[in-house]
Design a protein around this ligand. Structure first.
Ligand code: GLA
Length: 343
């Protein structure tokens, strides 16, 4: 990230996109593979630097965040969205306050990373300087502080580091980033299942603990082979691990299919991923399953799956142009940036 000038009275504007994950869910926190892409909807933070408070209002959410620069407990603030802002203040410790406004074009709690989009945009507006990976790690810690959910690195990293026109393959063990161009022939559409997703109230932490328990039996899931999983006695843990091992393989098969122009194969892998999240990882819901099933019978819809953590939220569909009018079309977009620095 390049430098933002930040002196009292300077006006700053930063933008961070949301993201949709094409394939590779519940793999990031065990060092696996993911393929999200940043989208052309996101969060913009604009304001003036100065003082000893970070004060923010939001066009979309009620209330105002008033956060002292020395805040140390972000988890109980109100309104609830202010906790994410306070998490960023705790992790970044900016020397100057900020008085600004948040605008978002993302649906909240839909599984499109509205929270990572907010924390990354705010960290930039508050003067973060450094590489995208450092920004992503800071925002991951901020979100964990704010929500108490042990979320992984995928969301803030793709939000910070995406490349226009591409999805981003992230190897969450080595943290290597590989942009993968989305063919022009494809349209990505996102549809809401009608049930909002609440990560904190969900079983996300339990799933993560189950993956850790499975890894304690067979070693890092990233390196495990399917036959190794027979050594896991508990059938639930075995299924959780099977999802992770097969999902990692699907990410690379999907990347190969995109690169080779085999769009039907890519679509089929999305459906397999959905089934695995439904049956082995058990993070789907009846509305998500119905939506995926209905979409997959529409001509020109190549594949569909739940996207993100599951437990409600959105489905992502890969389509031929014009095949689907429902939901909204999203374009693979570049990562976070300062929009203006009025010095
Ligand atoms: C949420 C988390 C991510 C990731 C996904 C599931 O979005 O924030 O780190 O674990 O769920 O893939």
């Amino acid at each position: 990230m390049s430098r933002a000038s930040r002196s009292a009275g300077a006006r700053l504007r930063a933008h961070a996109p949301g993201r949709v994950n094409l394939i590779g869910d519940h793999t990031d926190y065990s060092g696996g593979l993911v393929l999200p892409c940043a989208i052309d909807r996101g969060t913009t933070v604009e304001g003036v630097c100065g003082g000893v408070w970070v004060r923010l209002c939001s066009r979309e959410c009620e209330g105002e965040a008033r956060i002292p620069l020395a805040v140390d407990d972000s988890s109980r603030l109100r309104p609830a969205w202010a906790r994410y802002a306070a998490g960023v203040v705790c992790e970044l410790r900016p020397p100057l306050g900020f008085d600004g406004e948040i605008r978002s074009t993302l649906p909240i709690a839909a599984g499109l990373s509205s929270s990572a989009s907010l924390t990354v945009a705010l960290a930039l507006a508050l003067g973060f300087e450094g590489p995208s990976l450092e920004l992503a790690r800071l925002c991951q810690r901020a979100e964990q502080r704010a929500s108490g959910v042990p979320c992984g690195i995928m969301d803030p990293l793709v939000v910070a580091a995406s490349v226009e026109g591409c999805a981003l393959r992230i190897d969450c063990a080595s943290l290597t980033l590989t942009p993968v161009r989305i063919p022009e022939a494809l349209e990505i559409r996102v549809l809401h299942s009608g049930v909002s997703r609440r990560l904190a109230g969900s079983e996300y932490a339990q799933r993560r603990a189950q993956c850790e328990a499975a890894a304690a039996c067979v070693g890092p899931l990233r390196r495990a082979r399917l036959r190794d999983l027979d050594r896991i006695e508990d059938p639930v843990l075995r299924r959780r691990a099977r999802h992770v091992v097969t999902e990692n393989a699907r990410v690379d098969a999907f990347v190969a299919a995109l690169r080779g122009g085999d769009l039907l194969a890519a679509g089929a892998l999305m459906l397999e991923s959905h089934r695995s999240l439904r049956d082995d990882f058990e993070v789907s819901s009846a509305p998500l399953d119905r939506l995926v099933e209905r979409l997959s019978s529409i001509p020109g819809v190549l594949g569909a799956r739940l996207t993100g953590a599951g437990f409600g939220g959105c489905v992502v569909a890969l389509c031929e142009h014009g095949a689907l009018e429902e939901g909204w079309g999203v374009r693979p977009s570049r990562g976070a940036r300062w929009l203006a620095d009025f010095g």
